[in-house]
Ligand binder design. Structure first.
Ligand code: ASP
Length: 376
């Protein structure tokens, strides 16, 4: 009897050993155990709870938040939290807040394996894009997430978004390297590169899309990572460097049929203007009025950087494909290829801030992928 049970115990341990060994050989073997993740609360719907007396939504303090998501402390990932004070609706965020987020990551970089930034969904794609350009040599995950319903509401999507974002932030390979060492946006089962994400829906749980780059991971019963799509822009042997300068003297000029010279002039003649996102039609086309060409050309001659961004969500600018984009080329407008408006605007602010005296370098870098934001 004793020999029989020894035999079963032996078989069982062999099975466990073989399963682990097979998993180790497979590229999907992921370790989250005893990892440390820092949650950075900036505000937004995800951090709201309903006041039981008045019924109004207001930002939850950390203690209240913990009572709504007790699971945070039930797993084997160590979690710490730091909040913005006060918590903000993401419509109120600006480059100072991007700096604050990036510096919170920088100051805690060595102490944590990954970072989750809780953020309102409205401007999340701008913040995620900005941070992707600010971090030089990022080797750890920085995952943005939010929710469409407040954490304190029964049907809220907050819990799933938060817990999965934490798992992604803590996911490391057996060789000790982070699975997704990028700035990303996680929402409703999809993980996107941050500088490819766009808010597409004001109501559905699936609030974001990445029109020109596939999801980096999908979360269902398991989290499936698309490893060949994940960027590894950092070098483990070099420290993280955070670039914090932004130049906000930029504008977005959206073309429309019937646009008048007065509208274009009102934007291009803004004193001290440094950069313009020119939102064009289709593959980067614009009306062929002489005044449009002359206004754009004069602005470029004055040192304003103008980048062509298509109004289409999907696809790329291809200047010169149609006669109606030749004037833009001639005027010195730079192609934005398939970049999002959010990524282009923040990249422009970042480059103009970092290289204020080298417009040619700014133009060169705008037409290049720095961290996966565009495809040439
Ligand atoms: N207005 C909110 C915000 O962006 C919406 C949200 O969190 O989804 O802060």
């Amino acid at each position: 009897m004793q020999r029989k049970s020894n035999f079963y115990a032996f078989c069982l341990s062999m099975c466990i050993f073989l399963c682990n060994f097979a998993a180790l050989l497979g590229s999907q073997y992921i370790v989250t155990m005893s990892r440390k993740v820092l949650l950075i609360f900036t505000g937004g719907t995800i951090s709201m709870v309903r006041d039981t007396e008045t019924g109004a939504l207001h930002p939850a303090d950390m203690q209240t938040f913990k009572t709504y998501v007790p699971e945070l402390f039930a797993g084997d990932i160590h979690i710490d939290m730091i909040p913005f004070e006060p918590l903000l609706d993401s419509s109120d965020l600006n480059p100072d807040n991007w700096r604050e987020m990036a510096q919170m990551v920088e100051q805690n970089y060595d102490a944590y394996d990954g970072f989750v930034i809780l953020h309102g969904t409205d401007t999340m794609a701008y913040s995620a894009s900005a941070l992707s350009f600010m971090f030089d040599n990022l080797c750890k995950p920085v995952v943005f997430t939010g929710s469409q319903l407040p954490v304190g509401v029964l049907r809220s999507d907050a819990k799933e978004n938060l817990l999965t974002a934490i798992e992604i932030a803590a996911a490391y390979d057996t060789n000790g390297e982070a699975i997704v060492p990028e700035v990303t946006v996680y929402m409703d089962g999809e993980l996107y590169r941050g500088n490819r994400a766009t808010k597409r829906n004001a109501e559905h749980f699936s609030a974001f899309n990445s029109y020109n780059y596939p999801a980096l991971a999908r979360a269902g019963v398991h989290i499936t990572y698309n490893r060949q799509l994940i960027g590894h822009y950092g070098n483990l042997s070099r420290p993280l460097n955070v670039m914090t300068k932004f130049d906000t003297r930029v504008a977005i000029l959206k073309l429309f049929p019937g646009i008048t010279e007065a509208v274009v002039a009102a934007v291009l003649d803004i004193p001290d203007l440094r950069g313009v996102v020119l939102e064009t039609f289709g593959s980067g086309n614009a009306p062929t009025h002489d005044w449009l060409y002359e206004r754009l050309h004069a602005a470029v001659e004055r040192g304003v950087v103008i980048v062509n961004k298509t109004q289409c969500n999907t696809g790329s600018v291809s200047m010169g494909q149609y006669a109606v984009s030749l004037n833009l080329l001639k005027a010195g407008v730079v192609s934005g290829y398939d970049i999002t408006t959010e990524a282009l605007l923040t990249k422009m602010m970042h480059l103009l801030g970092e290289y204020p005296n080298d417009i040619e370098l700014v133009k060169k870098l705008l037409a290049k992928s720095l961290c996966g934001e565009l495809t040439i």
